[in-house]
Design a binder for this molecule. Structure first.
Ligand SMILES: Cc1cc2nc3c(=O)[nH]c(=O)nc-3n(C[C@H](O)[C@H](O)[C@H](O)COP(=O)(O)O)c2cc1C
Length: 221
């Protein structure tokens, strides 16, 4: 599945690079899903790749919970609705109206859902690399999610990341150890449609901006 079976370093040619660029360009945050199921072995392949993500000290601090129970999904939806209603209040006028029209989750339709946590007291890695910046464990967990995102898209599967929830409510819902921090709630399924342009751009909420603004050619001093 991972292409590592021969043990030889693969050669990534121009054709692969073109396809890889397409994969990155066409990865989307998806909120509109078809409800058809995803074969479990396909999800297992994506998770196996997510588990190969880089992590500080090789700690692999990600903890993925497969959320299949309808009652737990309903609790997540309720947590989203509460947090989203609160978030909507920070906007006024046209922006408030636009925010109210955005679809920011796909919980009702997504056939596969995960709550992804970071184990903050993870012994694996023996503390390497996280003494001055303990948040590296969380960033490592993000790497795992992003690897899953790309692996899923390469199989025609979409993923939507939900952060509009009170993390305490989700931690409570799943009864996870207090040392686990919620990183994201993920909705996974076949997209109702494919787009190269992000949904928030298509809905006129936020466009991408030129990258010269982000990649500085020199330091400040
Ligand atoms: C850390 C993180 C949290 C996000 N949380 C949400 C969310 O709660 N709801 C949502 O609709 N999209 C969420 N998104 C998706 C972003 O809105 C999306 O990535 C961005 O608009 C760019 O679109 P694209 O991913 O399709 O390129 C999140 C993305 C990230 C990386």
């Amino acid at each position: 599945m991972t292409g590592q079976s021969s043990g030889e370093s693969p050669i990534f040619g121009d054709d692969f690079r073109t396809i890889f660029s397409d994969l990155i360009a066409w990865r989307r945050d998806v909120r509109h899903f078809r409800t058809d199921p995803i074969p479990p072995e396909v999800i297992a392949d994506c998770l196996a790749l997510a588990d190969l993500a880089p992590s500080v000290g090789n700690s692999q601090p990600w903890r993925w919970i497969n959320v299949s129970q309808p009652d737990l999904r309903a609790k997540v939806k309720a947590a989203f609705t509460e947090a989203n209603n609160a978030a909507a209040k920070i906007y006024d006028g046209d922006q408030a109206a636009l925010y109210a029209r955005l679809k920011l989750e796909g919980i009702d339709a997504a056939p596969v859902q995960f709550a992804v946590f970071c184990e903050e007291s993870c012994p694996q890695g023996n503390g390497l690399g996280r003494q001055t910046m303990p948040e590296m464990l969380r960033y490592s967990t993000v790497c795992s999610i992003h690897t899953f995102w790309l692996a899923a898209r390469a199989r025609g599967i979409g993923m939507g990341w939900i952060s509009i929830v009170d993390p305490a409510a989700i931690t409570e819902t799943f009864g996870v150890p207090s040392s686990w921090t919620l990183i994201g709630y993920l909705c996974v399924g076949y997209p109702a449609e494919d787009h190269i342009v992000p949904e928030l751009e298509r809905r006129h909420w936020q466009h991408r901006t030129p990258n010269e603004e982000r990649f500085r050619k020199q330091a400040f001093k």
